[in-house]
Design a binder for this molecule. Structure first.
Ligand code: URA
Length: 211
């Protein structure tokens, strides 16, 4: 199966991402920009949501109008803690979406993800899943999160990030070639600590002011 990696090059996203990258950008600004970009990413990732027709009355006439097909429900699964920033933006656009959380931390020496929390809706096997994490660096957390989610048998899975490293993209695509990825940028490389270069630093620290 061919992997789909979609680079979302919308000028507003690119502009806001540049401000997020800057070292002098404040925590408050970083957080609000991530939320704004997430709205735009959500718009792209939901392009293929199926519609059905409903008969309604406007003040002027009756008509058949499109609404989202209710049976194609979404779950947004946030990889903690940085996924929260994208989740907040997406929920503003899709308030009826259900939410799941996966808690993973990177072992600082091996970069291997360790799961400490997993909570998703019970009917996830009847839902389409969108996994969110701003940084696809080594890809280890994303790979582990998607592996865990696949064991719950959802209808489909998509992965959204803000920034990806080529190494992480390759790793993810090798293990999960069936999961489409949406990202706003693909940077140059990883450093020896698994950080994206030039990147934007630690997204969680910048979002929560824990630098
Ligand atoms: N996680 C981050 O927050 N930043 C990186 O550069 C890599 C992983």
């Amino acid at each position: 199966m061919e992997q789909q990696v979609t680079l979302i090059k919308h000028p507003l996203i690119q502009h806001k991402l540049t401000i997020m990258r800057k070292i002098e950008t404040s925590t408050a600004k970083f957080r609000s920009l991530l939320k704004e970009i997430s709205l735009l990413l959500a718009y792209e990732v939901t392009r293929d949501l199926p519609l059905k027709s409903e008969s309604i009355k406007t003040p002027m006439a009756s008509m058949h109008a499109p609404i989202l097909a209710p049976e194609k429900k979404l779950v947004i699964v946030s990889i903690q803690r940085a996924g929260q920033g994208i989740l907040d933006g997406m929920l503003e656009l899709i308030p009826s979406a259900r939410v799941g959380h996966i808690g993973l931390y990177r072992d600082p020496n091996t970069f291997i993800p360790i799961e400490y929390y997993f909570k998703v809706p019970q009917d996830i096997d009847k839902r389409n899943v969108v996994v969110v994490d701003p940084m696809l660096a080594t890809g280890n957390s994303a790979v582990a999160a998607v592996e865990r989610l696949k064991s719950t048998n959802p209808l489909s899975i998509k992965f959204i990030c803000l920034l990806a490293a080529p190494e992480g993209l390759k790793h993810f695509c090798d293990i999960h070639p069936d999961v489409p990825i949406f990202t706003a940028a693909v940077d140059e490389k990883l450093d020896e600590n698994g950080y994206i270069i030039p990147g934007l630093g630690d997204a969680g620290d910048r979002m929560f002011g824990t630098l």
